[in-house]
Design a protein around this ligand. Structure first.
Ligand code: HEC
Length: 136
């Protein structure tokens, strides 16, 4: 592939994703601006994702119930104030991709799976984030 060709492919991909974003907003349905919460919920409940334990093997959705990680009941509300100046959406995304940047009080760094950035597609991260944002 020539360099010029490569650039045009990249540009096309960019334009395509911009078009997708533009369409996502007005469509109604389950796809929010962040991602597809339904798809995120399904992924959250998978026992194994790639070769990692799935989210719900460590996270309960029952308030105050610790499995390995903290309960994610109400996480959307807590996420608003976890890191000052960071939106709930950014905090949730960050806690999936870089869990050790903020370690929930009472838990140990390094326990949450650290490789989601490599194993999940950006779309899967968006969908998980959209789903967790519904847990107010
Ligand atoms: C091996 C167990 C484990 C798995 C699997 C796991 N987590 Fe976690 N997670 C933790 C632990 C422990 C913490 C608390 C420590 C920290 O903040 O990193 C945590 C923290 C979090 C937080 C921050 C919660 C808060 O109240 O601030 C979010 C959000 C989260 N995980 C989402 C996920 C998602 C989404 C998945 C699946 C893609 C997942 N986790 C998979 C163990 C796990």
């Amino acid at each position: 592939m020539t360099k010029k060709h490569l650039i045009s492919v990249v540009l096309m991909a960019l334009l395509f994703s911009l078009a997708l974003v533009a369409c996502g907003g007005g469509g109604g349905g389950e796809t929010s601006a962040v991602g597809d919460a339904k798809a995120g919920e399904a992924l959250f409940n998978e026992a194994i994702i790639d070769v990692q334990p799935g989210c719900n093997t460590c996270h309960s959705l029952t308030p105050d119930t610790v499995v390995v990680g903290p309960s994610l009941a109400g996480v959307a509300t807590r996420a608003e104030t976890r890191i000052s100046g960071m939106s709930a959406e950014d905090y949730i995304r960050e806690s999936i991709l870089h869990p050790d940047n903020y370690v929930v009080e009472g838990f140990t760094a390094g326990v949450m799976v650290q490789v989601w950035e490599e194993t999940l597609t950006p779309e899967q991260v968006d969908n998980l984030t959209a789903y967790l944002l519904t847990l107010k």
